[in-house]
Design a protein around this ligand. Structure first.
Ligand code: ATP
Length: 290
């Protein structure tokens, strides 16, 4: 078997130590191991193209959610499975798939070659595998990225700063034949049931049900925001009257306050020039080992 490992040397504050020697020591001598390091953002996509051209049987992403998103995006609708060695700070998708952070254990899973297919979310021309958020979580990630402190404390710090200044956004949503026009505190669309750090906003989400789970939360006052935080921690979000939950195959979101739409996609922030974006699910579009 030929395995190509695409490694972000800087992910998770560069604390991991995944080298060619280490990888070779974990596989049979009959296996061919190739390691390609990413040097900049979006480099992973080019490296996947090379790995495909070089006839790799398995392509493994070693990094955080950003790197995993880039590698997985280049493998959508391809026949080559993705393996994961989580080496980031949040590791949303890996956590959801029960892939441990210990590289030794993650490699055992890769060697098991248990290939599954999962759904993929698409927004504009980009793919997501875990989740997509409009509103408060996009703002939290923006502050978190500006913070440089990529730890749970940094995340809590960014959340508090954002909460204190955040104003709901006026959106029009088109879901099937329904149009909803409201001021939303939070719109969260998820393929997986873990949002990061073990928190779940969409406990009913299933990576291979052919649908995305959409959580819509209307404008909240400061007390409701506090109640919302408690319910998130208690995993009882359905107790909040202003939270609506539904499974969707596609939807369109339109900004009515004349601000171009910003969203977070698998934990990375994306700014658009557009006042509307379309989201849809591509059922069973990614082969993945877990
Ligand atoms: N050599 C590099 N130097 C700087 N940035 C890189 C490099 N290689 C990849 N990147 C980019 O860094 C971003 C973050 O990487 P990644 O997601 O792997 O780690 P992380 O941010 O530590 O983890 P997490 O996303 O779980 O918080 C990605 O967008 C990726 O494209």
């Amino acid at each position: 078997m030929k395995y190509t490992f695409i490694v972000n040397p800087n992910s998770g504050n560069a604390k991991h130590d995944i080298s060619l020697d280490f990888l070779q020591s974990k596989f049979d001598s009959s296996d061919e191991i190739v390691l390609k390091e990413t040097a900049y953002q979006f480099h992973a996509k080019e490296l996947v193209k090379e790995a495909i051209a070089e006839n790799s049987d398995v392509i493994v992403a070693c990094g955080g959610d950003g790197t995993i998103n880039e590698v997985a995006s280049a493998l959508v609708k391809k026949n080559i499975p993705l393996g994961i060695i989580p080496a980031g700070s949040g590791n949303g998708l890996a956590t959801n798939l029960n892939i441990p952070k210990d590289p030794n254990k993650a490699i055992e899973i890769i060697k098991s070659n248990a290939v599954h297919t999962i759904d993929v979310g698409r927004v504009e021309n980009k793919f997501f595998f875990s989740n997509l958020g409009f509103g408060i979580d996009a703002e939290v990630i923006k502050t978190y990225e500006e913070n440089q402190k990529r730890t749970i404390t940094g995340y809590v710090d960014a959340s508090v700063k954002t909460l204190l200044n955040y104003k709901s956004k006026l959106f029009r949503l088109y879901i099937d034949d329904v149009i909803i026009e409201k001021s939303f505190y939070y719109l969260f669309c998820s393929n997986s049931n873990i949002a990061g750090y073990g928190i779940s906003f969409t406990p009913k989400a299933d990576l291979s049900d052919g649908e995305l789970d959409l959580l819509m939360i209307e404008d909240l006052d400061v007390f409701e925001q506090f109640y919302f935080s408690v319910l998130v921690l208690a995993k009882k979000i359905d107790f909040l009257n202003k939270a609506k939950y539904r499974k969707v195959k596609k939807f369109k979101i339109e900004s009515l306050d004349h601000n171009p739409i910003t969203y977070q996609l698998d934990g990375e922030i994306h700014k658009t020039d557009s006042l509307q974006v379309k989201v849809k699910v591509l059922p069973n579009a990614l082969k993945i080992i877990f």
